[in-house]
Design a binder for this molecule. Structure first.
Ligand SMILES: Nc1ncnc2c1ncn2[C@@H]1O[C@H](COP(=O)(O)OP(=O)(O)O)[C@@H](O)[C@H]1O
Ligand SMILES: Cc1ncc(COP(=O)(O)O)c(C=O)c1O
Length: 266
């Protein structure tokens, strides 16, 4: 039987993050990936090679959704970067038209190419319109602070408190990722299912933030859920895969500091 997973996310032109990383991760885990593109992120030579962000027209997003869901029976979806309130509106309407077994939300707020004020609008729209669909949400420390209202997240106890607060917003499962942001030797994530906390911890691979790690992690959770695994097992597989991917990128001396290239090829 072919397992299918769906992703609604943005393109990150170097292939390290975004829908490219999502689809590669699905493939790596033996799941057929179907994708709907929400925005295009590239580098802007006019702006110190910072991010250039272009949203896809809402109607085109709706059309892609219709094509994907009328062709395949999709009931597990990952939501990555949406980017604007208008995109969030159309994705929320589309999600409401189907029944989902799992909706994995990676609450990417904005990328560097957007005005800082855009994060607030996007945050409000995500909370109001997409969060109610999420069965699993995977915030990093920055996103967890915004969603939980906590000023600081600096310890495993803080990750736990953030997970509990975010759980109260509605998702069935919350994974708060400490990553390199949490001080200490380990990359720690906590999963809260409303009753129990499970801690996933590995020694940090370097100290730098790795672009694409969050996309790969949430995509791996999604792929494992599409295979019928439970959330705790899916997070365990995702943690192992993302750690190996970061190790591979570091040891392969990828040409770009913050983007892992060829993570799965060594
Ligand atoms: N340097 C690292 N070494 C090991 N694991 C890491 C490292 N950086 C991030 N991770 C892990 O990768 C996953 C994605 O985390 P993170 O990078 O915080 O997400 P995001 O890309 O959303 O900021 C988490 O499981 C996190 O703990
Ligand atoms: C389209 C897109 N999606 C997602 C992300 C977030 O990537 P991650 O959190 O995995 O580093 C980025 C970051 O640049 C992006 O450009």
């Amino acid at each position: 039987m072919v397992n299918l997973a769906y992703v609604i996310a943005g393109s990150e032109a170097t292939g390290g993050a975004g829908i490219q990383a999502d689809l590669k991760t699905f493939q790596e885990l033996g799941v057929y990936g179907v994708g709907t593109l929400t925005c295009i992120v590239s580098f802007d030579p006019q702006n110190d090679w910072g991010h250039r962000f272009v949203p896809v027209e809402p109607q085109v997003i709706a059309d892609q959704f219709e094509a994907a869901t009328s062709t395949y029976d999709l009931d597990v979806v990952k939501i990555g970067m949406l980017g604007t309130p208008a995109t969030i509106d159309v994705v929320a309407e589309s999600l409401a038209s189907q029944r989902w077994h799992h909706v994995v939300l990676d609450p990417v707020l904005i990328c560097k190419g957007q005005e800082p004020g855009a994060a607030l609008d996007t945050d409000t729209a995500l909370r109001e319109k997409i969060l109610p669909f999420a069965t699993v949400i995977t915030p990093n420390v920055f996103e967890a602070k915004i969603l939980s209202g906590m000023d600081t997240i600096e310890s495993v106890d803080d990750l736990v408190e953030a997970a509990e607060r975010i759980h109260a917003l509605g998702p069935d499962f919350v994974v708060v990722k400490g990553g390199v942001e949490l001080p200490g030797p380990d990359a720690v994530d906590v999963l809260f299912d409303g009753q129990e906390i499970t801690v996933f911890s590995v020694p940090k691979v370097g100290e730098e933030r790795v672009s694409g790690a969050g996309c790969t992690f949430a995509a791996a959770i999604t792929a494992e859920l599409a295979k019928g695994n439970d959330v705790e097992r899916a997070v365990g597989v995702a943690k192992q895969l993302v750690t190996e991917a970061i190790e591979a990128r570091v040891s392969s001396h990828a040409p770009f500091d913050t983007v892992w290239q060829g993570a799965y090829t060594d």
